[in-house]
Design a protein. Structure first.
Length: 209
C-alpha cells in the first residue's frame, strides 16, 4: 500500500510540474560568435558551442555547455614586453543554469556555469628578451557568467569565462632561462544562435487515479 501511494504521489507531482510549464522542457542551444581574450597582445577569434538543456520549471533551466574558442592568447614577460601566441582552439565543458525573467515572447535571462577548460598548447617569440616560449596543453577549473535574451527560438548571449592565468619560462636557443611570461586565459564571447526544441507546450498530461 505504501509503495502504491508513493508511486501515485510521485506521478501526481511529475504531472503537476509538466502541466504547469508553458514550454517543452528539453532543448539544445546551438551558438556561435566573437571571442575576445583578455590580456595584452591577445587577438580575438570565434567561439562555437552546443548546449543540451532541461527546464526544471519555465524560468529555470540546467544544461551542459560544450564550447570551442579559437583565439590567440597574449603573453606578458617579466620585463613588460608582450607577444601574441599562435592561434589555437581551447575547449570547455560546463554545467550551466539559466534564470528567465519572463515567460512571454521576449525572455531576458542571466546564467552561470562551472566546469573545466582545456587550454591548447602554444608558442611565440619573446622578442624583448631574445627568447622563446613553448607551452603544453593544460586543464584548468573555471566559471562563467552570462546575460542575454531569447525571441522564440532565437538566442543572444554575452558570456564572460573566468579562467586562471598560465605562467611559462622564457628560454634562449641553448635552453638557458631568461625569465617568465604570464597569459590571461579568461575571455568574453558575444554569441547568437538558435534552440532546437523547447517551444511552447501544445498538449497537457492528465493523471487519473
Amino acid at each position: 500500500m505504501k509503495k502504491i501511494l508513493f508511486a501515485g504521489f510521485s506521478l501526481l507531482f511529475f504531472t503537476t510540474v509538466v502541466n504547469a510549464q508553458n514550454f517543452k522542457p528539453f532543448r539544445v542551444d546551438v551558438m556561435s560568435g566573437y571571442a575576445i581574450p583578455s590580456g595584452s597582445g591577445a587577438k580575438g577569434g570565434v567561439a562555437f558551442s552546443l548546449e543540451p538543456r532541461y527546464s526544471i520549471i519555465d524560468r529555470l533551466s540546467v544544461g551542459l555547455r560544450v564550447e570551442a574558442a579559437i583565439t590567440a592568447r597574449g603573453w606578458v614577460a617579466n620585463d613588460g614586453s608582450s607577444a601574441s601566441a599562435n592561434v589555437s582552439a581551447s575547449g570547455s565543458y560546463l554545467a550551466t543554469g539559466d534564470y528567465y525573467y519572463s515567460n512571454k515572447f521576449f525572455r531576458p535571462f542571466t546564467g552561470i556555469g562551472t566546469g573545466v577548460y582545456s587550454l591548447a598548447s602554444a608558442s611565440f617569440d619573446a622578442s624583448g628578451q631574445n627568447g622563446s616560449v613553448g607551452t603544453s596543453g593544460s586543464t584548468k577549473f573555471g566559471g562563467m557568467v552570462r546575460t542575454g535574451f531569447e525571441l522564440s527560438h532565437f538566442r543572444f548571449a554575452f558570456e564572460y569565462n573566468l579562467i586562471g592565468k598560465s605562467t611559462q619560462t622564457i628560454t634562449d636557443g641553448s635552453g638557458n632561462t631568461l625569465g617568465t611570461a604570464t597569459a590571461k586565459n579568461s575571455y568574453c564571447a558575444i554569441k547568437i544562435g538558435f534552440s532546437i526544441g523547447g517551444g511552447r507546450q501544445h498538449k497537457t498530461i492528465d493523471a487519473k487515479f
